[in-house]
Design a protein around this ligand. Structure first.
Ligand code: NAD
Length: 597
């Protein structure tokens, strides 16, 4: 076991930067890529990862030090070579500054650069160099990136169309229908402003056609993108039959051997047991998006994002919606002040919303589905519905693909653990997307897919996003990113807060809506933004700026002093920062909070 030094890597144009955090101490065990310290210059901050796995013997820096390239960060007693991956020889040479560069902060190659041979790519005469199982946003991104980096790629997908749940039966078709819902509602609300339209006539066939067309254009586009990259696409249900072998189409099906693989097999809706789930009137999100009819009365079970989005669509199309949620609030995980404007609006529009309520039984009858409830005051014992949407979460597909035959560990729920390079416990097999853990979001999967492809191609990449934004495309939209107030309260963490109510936004009022709010959360000491939430029209499009602000370590001044275009909803971001600073003029702030000079 040799002692290895971890040094400060190339820090760009500046000679010295401040050490603002030391994240390890003597005796700590670190893995490769674990952050050791945080450095900060005027422009940015970066965490410096360990290049060695082992036990920290000595730390060479303290908070407040100024350091330059090559300064000693730590001496690490490297773990025994057996700890190194089977295919990756442990090196005892002192790494160069370039090698020490943090993986995500310093992209090590672009698509145009030739890929270096992957350190873990096992030698062999494989049918394909990289097999990707599953063609959702994570899988196709991994396949395309790997092909761009020079790997021979096979993409296996059980459905005829590429794109997975997101493109075919999830994000995209639901957004097409949510757009239609928003137009119907906006048109109706115009009557308050002097423009009245008649009741909408809904031609369900054409509406479904519009949605299918949107999906078809995207999935067709993916086929073209695969072709142009010479990614081989194979259609069929796949399962691993060995560490380097996958069979497609069951017993007697085609066997493909691979050097490396990316598992991107996604998730499926949770079914509630003991319900007549094979009755076509009881739908999951896929069924609800088929738009077979507009039920007179719809029961939505689950007040999460899927339940709330589909309730938005069906309520606008004319269904009387009852929504039942087991917990005491809708969209748990999101701060209550952000959910409140949504809840206020939908309580007026839906037949009922029952919180803290369990659906005990669903009984298929000729005249409908009879639901029996167990809830608080005001919850009826039972009610009859034309259709029921069950949206009570999704479960990962890790247990359905024979992963154990490849040696990949899958937990009892179907999740597969990965390291920051998306490697499973089998070093040449990666996993990404819904089946590696929450949040189950397409944009997380695509980023993970890129990392897996880059690592498979021999690049030093890693997943080190600080935050992943969440968006509910309801009306109003609700979006949040980073630390929430609820979370901070539970941890006893103090936060500074700046709030801008959209009732003071000219743009919001001009849209005929005033219930929105933009909230920024700051570390009270550094005044850096650590979290944000937006509720209101297009909140989902505003949250990206705030995710970037967190990633860049912006403080309230950075945000407030950035000139935002007027009149836009994006101004509310700057104004919330100004509200925190006490420099806002579009609101009256009490004297004691008013501007510091
Ligand atoms: P969810 O876990 O977000 O919400 C399910 C809700 O159902 C929870 O609030 C839960 O308390 C409730 N519930 C569970 N059992 C219940 C019961 N028996 N009776 C009543 N309520 C019950 O799950 P979802 O809404 O199905 O979404 C699944 C996943 O898909 C999530 O990870 C979500 O983030 C993701 N998704 C995201 C988007 C988006 O980003 N816009 C859209 C759709 C789905």
């Amino acid at each position: 076991m040799a002692d290895e030094k971890v040094l400060v890597p190339d820090i760009g144009d500046v000679d010295e930067v401040d050490v603002v955090e030391v994240l390890v101490g003597p005796g700590d065990t670190v893995e490769v890529d674990d952050s050791l310290i945080t450095l900060e210059s005027d422009k940015a901050s970066m965490e410096v990862p360990s290049t060695v796995a082992g036990v920290v013997k000595e730390v060479g820096v303290a908070v407040g030090d100024k350091v330059g390239e090559g300064a000693l960060i730590a001496v690490v007693e490297a773990a025994a070579p057996a700890e190194a991956t089977a295919d990756e020889p442990a090196t005892t040479e002192e790494p160069s500054a370039e090698e020490l560069a943090p993986p995500a902060a310093t992209p090590v190659a672009s698509a145009s650069e030739p890929a270096t041979p992957p350190p873990s790519a096992p030698e062999g005469d494989w049918d394909t160099e990289l097999l990707v199982l599953g063609a959702g946003p994570g899988g196709y991104t991994a396949a395309f990136r790997a092909a761009d980096l020079g790997l021979r790629v096979t993409l296996v997908e059980r459905d005829e169309r590429l794109g997975g749940v997101c493109l075919n039966v999830g994000c995209i078709p639901s957004k097409a229908l949510l757009h239609v819902a928003a137009v119907i509602d906006e048109a109706a609300e115009m009557r308050h402003h002097g423009v009245a339209f008649g009741a909408p006539k809904i031609d369900l066939e054409r509406l479904a056609g519009f949605k299918n067309d949107v999906v078809g254009r995207l999935t067709g586009g993916l086929e073209q993108l695969a072709k142009r990259r010479e990614v081989e696409v194979v259609t069929g249900e796949a399962e691993f039959i060995g560490p380097h072998e996958l069979r497609i189409g069951g017993e007697g099906g085609r066997v493909v051997t691979f050097g490396q693989a990316v598992i991107a097999a996604g998730s499926r809706p949770v079914e509630l047991p003991n319900f007549p789930n094979d009755d076509p009137r009881i739908m999951d999100s896929t069924g609800a998006l088929e738009l077979a009819d507009v039920p007179g009365r719809l029961l939505v079970i689950g007040g999460g994002i899927i339940g709330l989005e589909m309730a938005t669509v069906y309520a606008s199309l004319g269904s009387k919606v009852t929504l039942v949620e087991l917990q005491d609030g809708l969209m748990t995980g999101c701060d209550r002040d952000l959910v409140r404007p949504l809840e206020r609006r939908i309580r007026e529009r839906y037949e009922d919303i029952f919180l803290g309520t369990l659906v005990k039984e669903l009984k298929a009858q000729k005249n409908g589905i009879k639901a029996t409830f167990e809830g608080g005051d005001g919850t009826p014992q039972s009610r009859l519905f034309d259709r029921v949407l069950v949206a009570v979460g999704r479960r990962p597909n890790g247990g359905l693909i024979g992963a154990e035959r490849a040696g990949v560990a899958v937990d009892e729920r179907g999740f597969i653990s990965v390291d920051s390079q998306q490697r499973t416990n089998v070093p040449h097999i990666f996993a990404i997307g819904d089946l590696v853990g929450e949040p189950m979001l397409a944009h997380k999967a695509t980023h993970e897919g890129k990392v897996a492809a880059e690592v498979a191609a021999g690049l030093k990449s890693g997943f080190d996003a600080q935050v992943i934004p969440s968006v509910a495309y309801t009306d109003p939209e609700v979006a949040w990113v980073g630390v929430t107030e609820t979370e901070a309260r539970a941890q006893g963490r103090k936060l500074g807060k700046g709030v801008f109510p959209w009732a003071a936004s000219g743009r919001s009022l001009a849209l005929g809506r005033d219930e929105g709010m933009t909230k920024l959360l700051f570390d009270p000491e550094t005044e850096r933004i650590v979290g944000a939430g937006v509720v209101g029209t297009n909140a989902g499009d505003l949250i990206g700026e705030l995710a970037l602000a967190i990633e860049m370590g912006c403080d309230a001044q950075d945000i407030g002093l950035t000139v935002h275009p007027h009149p836009t909803l994006s101004e509310t971001v700057a104004m919330a920062a100004e509200a925190f600073e006490g420099t806002i003029t579009d609101l009256y702030m009490p004297k004691k909070q008013a501007a510091k000079s």
